[in-house]
Design a protein around this ligand. Structure first.
Ligand code: NAD
Length: 294
């Protein structure tokens, strides 16, 4: 299958590579020259512009940072929706506002282009291993068209509901993740302040009632888990500013439906302060720095 893949960042790059390795003809593009060079070296075909990836594409996949990037890419006079051939399937896996996903889906529908919002969970490790969880919003028939491709990038595929529903599921999940990373960091910092070995404490909590995803796969304490961003100076992974964006989306959504999300609100403020302290580009598990002696 001919696939246009736009956004070759921490997540999009490995996702595009999994489609390429599965034998699809992938044409990739990213605004970052470094990202393009990296994946060209890995054998991916790189186009000069986003529009140039569309040449013959049957499916377009995008993996961009935030709502404004996705709206700018697809909508408006110069947007791709005006250039994509009718009948093409668009899969946007970026985490963005549900309202933005619905705007793109409506613009697509007006031109006979099927659009799915398909945000993911599973981190960069899941993107590399092809074990992501997809949360899909859109029609069940369009999801069935996308399924064979999603299966090359992920292990779990859920239909959350109509356009935008994938995004709503994603921000509920990430609000919980943001909260639990702070809680896990707080518990580890308390133990270490009392002289406990963070590896021993992590293992105790992992196998006890405090066990959670951070302790299983993404320990925030450097040196505990070799593969976690914490052990690589918090480089790569899921940026603090991206977590801040998701917690902001959760708060906007909560305000719109008058939901009470007190811990989500507190978590957003803690990541905001962490970002203001200059850590926005570090992986979000670096929030531990805020809770530990330097
Ligand atoms: P990233 O910043 O590493 O990558 C985004 C890429 O998009 C960058 O390389 C940037 O240059 C590129 N880009 C921006 N605008 C573009 C445009 N108009 N055309 C082409 N390229 C453009 O971010 P990421 O970590 O890969 O995350 C991407 C999305 O996935 C975000 O919405 C994020 O919230 C979500 N997400 C990330 C993770 C994670 O662990 N990193 C996990 C789940 C979901």
């Amino acid at each position: 299958m001919k696939i246009a893949f736009i956004g070759l960042g921490n997540m999009g790059g490995p996702m595009a590579m999994n489609l390429h390795k599965a034998g699809h003809q992938v044409s990739g593009f990213d605004l970052s020259e470094a990202a393009c060079k990296k994946y060209a070296a890995d054998g991916l075909s790189i186009a000069d512009t986003a529009a140039a990836t569309l040449e013959g594409a049957e499916v377009v996949v995008s993996m961009l940072p935030a709502s404004q990037h996705v709206e700018a890419l697809y909508l408006g006079d110069k947007g791709l929706i005006g250039k994509i051939a009718p009948g093409t399937l668009v899969i946007d896996s970026s985490t963005i506002a549900a309202a933005s996903s619905r705007k793109v889906a409506e613009a697509g529908a007006a031109r006979g282009i099927a659009v799915l919002d398909a945000p993911v969970s599973g981190g960069t490790g899941g993107a590399i291993a092809g074990t992501l969880t997809f949360m899909v919003g859109g029609s069940p028939a369009d999801l069935e068209r996308a399924r064979p491709l999603l299966e090359k990038m992920g292990a779990n595929i859920f239909h959350a509901g109509d356009a935008g529903a994938g995004q709503t599921a994603k921000i509920c999940n990430n609000m919980l993740l943001g909260i639990l990373m702070i809680g896990t960091s707080e518990a580890l910092a308390l133990g270490v302040a009392n002289g406990l070995d963070p590896k021993v404490l992590s293992e105790i909590m992992r196998r006890s009632s405090g066990g959670n995803w951070a302790l299983e796969k993404y320990n925030p304490m450097p040196g505990v888990m070799e593969t976690a961003p914490a052990s690589k100076n918090y480089a790569g992974g899921f940026g603090t500013d991206l977590m801040l964006k998701d917690l902001g989306l959760a708060q906007e959504n909560a305000a719109a439906v008058r939901a009470a999300t007190p811990l989500g609100g507190l978590a957003r403020n803690l990541y905001a302060a962490h970002s203001l302290a200059g850590h926005g580009a570090l992986d979000f598990s670096s929030v531990l720095k805020m809770l530990q002696k330097g």
